[in-house]
Ligand binder design. Structure first.
Ligand SMILES: Cc1cc2nc3c(=O)[nH]c(=O)nc-3n(C[C@H](O)[C@H](O)[C@H](O)COP(=O)(O)O)c2cc1C
Length: 243
């Protein structure tokens, strides 16, 4: 999947075009603009003129996995985020491993290029507002973690990262999984929504007629990717085929 976002600018086109070439730009190591594409024109006197054609925006995204059921959602998200385009980081709660062991045969597959972080270290960039990421997704999100985030408890790197996202007004997406819900859960949902978080409950849909467990999970993961602003073709969109 190519998850890049592109903004295009038109060439001024005022010079004589003896020879033209397009040059790809360089990689920025810590996010921001990774790739610039230029249109290079060779002028009559041998000089060149470069016009910026496109900017590829790189997102720095933290994927957090907690001990709620639904590890497959985290796996499918990691599988569908392009770590060659975006900077993807991973952190897991203490109980995530327990649930992953129950639910994912062969354990979690961490794609190449994804950086894993320790829960107990506050040396990660995303624990500081001075280096906040573009987005954080807690998937699946247990009611325990959700409650701790809602109440500002930031006792480990995962919770602190979520706290930073909220205070810095960055995108925090939570994918809660629990049923039934208590009033405490619902009040925590309300608090998080008021604080600016995005809640994408792990409620799969079936109108696209998913055939496998992964396809069912993808109906949720597709909505997460939509909210991240990462282009994807995971699930057909409503009325898409009829257009
Ligand atoms: C197999 C298994 C499935 C679980 N599923 C859920 C769940 O869907 N939602 C939830 O809130 N907690 C669930 N739990 C309980 C959490 O793992 C537990 O509350 C834990 O303290 C959460 O810690 P964390 O938020 O730090 O990951 C589950 C536990 C196990 C062992």
């Amino acid at each position: 999947m190519n998850g890049s976002l592109r903004t295009k600018k038109k060439s001024s086109g005022r010079v004589s075009r003896k020879k033209q070439s397009v040059r790809k730009g360089t990689t920025h190591p810590v996010g921001g603009v990774r790739s610039l594409t230029f249109h290079r024109t060779l002028l009559r006197g041998g000089q060149t003129s470069s016009t910026l054609l496109s900017i590829r925006a790189v997102m720095r995204i933290l994927v957090a996995i907690t001990g709620a059921s639904g590890s497959i959602y985290a796996q499918r998200l990691l599988d569908n985020l392009d770590a060659r385009t975006h900077e993807i980081h991973l952190i897991q709660s203490q109980y995530a491993a327990l649930v992953i062991r129950e639910e994912l045969p062969g354990s979690l597959r961490v794609p190449e290029g994804v950086s894993s972080h320790s829960l107990k270290s506050m040396n990660a960039p995303f624990v500081s507002g001075s280096n906040a990421f573009d987005a954080m997704v807690i998937i699946p999100c247990s009611m325990g973690t959700l409650g701790r985030v809602a109440h500002g408890l930031s006792s480990d790197a995962l919770l602190r990262a979520a706290d930073v996202m909220l205070k810095e007004k960055r995108k925090l997406i939570l994918v809660p999984r629990e049923t039934p819900l208590s009033l405490i859960h619902v009040k925590n949902f309300e608090l998080l929504l008021l604080a600016g978080a995005i809640l994408v409950p792990a409620n799969p849909s079936f109108y696209t007629r998913p055939q496998t467990v992964a396809e069912v999970a993808d109906t949720v993961v597709a909505r997460v990717l939509d909210h991240l602003g990462a282009p994807h073709r995971l699930v057909a969109r409503w009325q898409e085929e009829k257009d």
